[in-house]
Design a protein around this ligand. Structure first.
Ligand code: BTN
Length: 268
């Protein structure tokens, strides 16, 4: 179960039409997001790159993503959604919803326990277990490609986390006490993701994604700190709107909608 991810074994669990039809499993790479960018030559979507470790895993806001060898799922998916720029941020929610659903499927004891911290983190028992980094490359006003990076802490031990992350991050192993098969989880993520992604891209509906993100929200009804560069404001989260925007009420009573990526969010 702890051996390297094998494309053959993973494919046996895959039910997708396009996502994951080209699977690349590496031993070590700087970042799977960077590797997908380097390998993106054509106009087909669906390539997925996994790496056992990342030597320079990218987190949001220039942070480094801890990616120890063979302990997690460090994966990136190449998408060509052909959507206008304003419809791209919602892909973060689609991915977060897909990871949440896939965790329910791999272990009944996790059923509905992972919460989505809008727009793209997953929490388990109050600690971060998954981060998503969507990087968009534009041509004119449409996305030429979106590289969707998913980092899921699967079999990390307590010693794998540096002191500064111990209180705020966790893994499936730490929360449940057992090791997980990363190929099965990865296939589940890709299966769930394709379903929600095609609903969004082909049918134009985010309904199921929104339902998952709302019912499993880690932030709706909570007080949060909104940060934009060096400015901070406290707000109460009211809901997630129909286009995936976060609806908040500021301390002065004004209500506003935040589009993902504009502002970062911390629980107050
Ligand atoms: C975050 O800061 O929460 C986003 C983390 C995203 C990490 C994943 S791991 C796979 C992919 N490759 C990267 O370099 N980053 C993403």
């Amino acid at each position: 179960m702890n051996g390297p991810i094998s494309a053959e074994r993973l494919i046996a669990h895959l039910r997708t039409m396009t996502i994951g039809l080209r699977l690349i499993c590496l031993d070590s790479i700087d970042s799977t997001n960077r590797e997908v960018k380097r390998r993106d030559q054509g106009d087909r979507e669906g390539m997925v790159v996994f790496s056992e470790e990342q030597t320079a895993g990218k987190g949001r806001q220039g942070q480094v993503w801890l990616s120890p060898k063979s302990k997690g799922l460090w994966m990136s998916v190449l998408l060509k959604p052909g959507l206008p720029a304003e419809k791209i941020p919602q892909l973060n929610l689609v991915a977060a919803a897909a990871v949440a659903l896939s965790l329910d499927k791999v272990d009944s004891c996790l059923d509905k326990k992972s919460l989505v911290k809008w727009p793209n983190d997953l929490f388990l028992n109050g600690k971060k277990i998954c981060g998503i980094l969507a990087e968009t490359h534009f041509r004119e006003n449409a996305a030429r490609s979106v590289i969707l990076g998913i980092g899921l802490n699967v079999n990390l031990d307590a010693e794998d986390f540096p002191p500064e992350l111990k209180e705020i991050a966790t893994s499936l192993l730490l929360e449940t006490g057992h090791l997980y098969n990363r190929e099965i989880i990865a296939a589940n993520i890709l299966n769930c993701f394709e379903e929600l992604y095609l609903e969004y891209v082909n049918k134009g509906t985010l309904d199921r994604t929104l339902e998952i993100c709302r019912t499993r929200s880690a932030v709706i009804g909570k007080d949060v700190i909104l940060s934009n560069q060096d400015r901070q404001k406290q707000a109460r989260v009211l809901d997630i709107g129909p286009a995936g925007e976060l609806m908040v009420r500021l301390e002065d009573g004004r209500e506003m909608a935040i589009v993902s990526g504009e502002i970062s969010l911390k629980l107050a």
